[in-house]
Design a binder for this molecule. Sequence first.
Ligand SMILES: [Zn+2]
Length: 390
Amino acid sequence: LLNHSKRAILETLIEMGPQSRAALAEALGLSRAALSGLSRDLIDAGVLREAELNRDASRLGRPAILLELNASHAYFIGVSIEQPDCVMLLADLHGNILGEGRFPLTRDPEALAREIARAVPPLTEAAGLAAGKIKGKIKGMSVVLSGFVNHAQDTCLNSAILGWRDVPLARLVETASGLPTVLENNANAVAVGEKLFGRGREVSDFSVVTFGEGIGCALYLGGRLYRGHSGGAGEIAHSTIEPGGLPCRCGKRGCLDTIASANAIIGAAREQGLVADTPQQIEDLAKSGDSYAIRVLHRAGNALGLAISHLIQMNNPERVVIASVGGNMGNLLRTVTKQSIDAYVLPELGSMTDIRFDDVERNFWARGAAACAAYRYLTDFADDGVVDAA
Ligand SMILES: [Zn+2]
């Protein structure tokens, strides 16, 4: 019961941000005395700290004392498997990034695991946190990739991009690096990152759709990441949008990914004889009135909006964050996507859904990965009753 309550305290702080003891006790149905004792243990263990808020001079009375996660209690490595370069970063418990590095993608799993392990020491040194200060405080690593992941076994079941089947990558990386390692689908990792450190913090039902080379999607339902029965929940990229359409790398035809991903948009534009290497260049052509460019973007936005309207009908999220990697999604594509959502979704549902477009840095997959490692650490921390020796 004790560990269950500590876990609940940590999870509430992860999900809601800093809280007063009174608010926490109420949220968890604990007495003030019980909460004080439990939080004292967690403060002594170094995972929580007290923070003063409401230092507004115009307000009288004592400043509120809030409990929050102690940022420097533990550090985490987030790794995103991407081509041509993988991204690795070091983050604290608040998601602050302390260092970042890159290394080339190797498709051989064992070689990749060694590459990841080799990249850790230079990263921590570059972050100026070598030796004493954080030695032993790196508590875990998370590796994220595009593909199906068996979360319980930390195995990549299938990744079309990497050409992998049943690769136990977490175990390989753990062996090579000596750090506890979790494996996660990259869109799921982004949703965890939004929940812990970002724009999903105050909502418990939200969806993240990522627009990049491919399309990714993850669902938070009732305050939890929803993976589905075998890790495939939210796989809208391979929903058939155009029966009998273009072949997809998954083996089917007419998937959303074959129409609306950045790669598909570039492919379709080239098919029309346009010269373009990025969706932004196609946006520029559309802006100058090129009818082929306009048509390609309309087709993509229509398809993306249709898929998102289904997502909204199915899950009734409070918010949908459409994140475009490296500012890849221009104004026309956004506008058409939004119009398409509005056209296909039930008006009652659509009007209650907050649709947000967001430009995100290329490192946001890796940032999500670090969030996954932090989440796993914090929940294990409460389960094991681990008390940091430092
Ligand atoms: Zn497909």
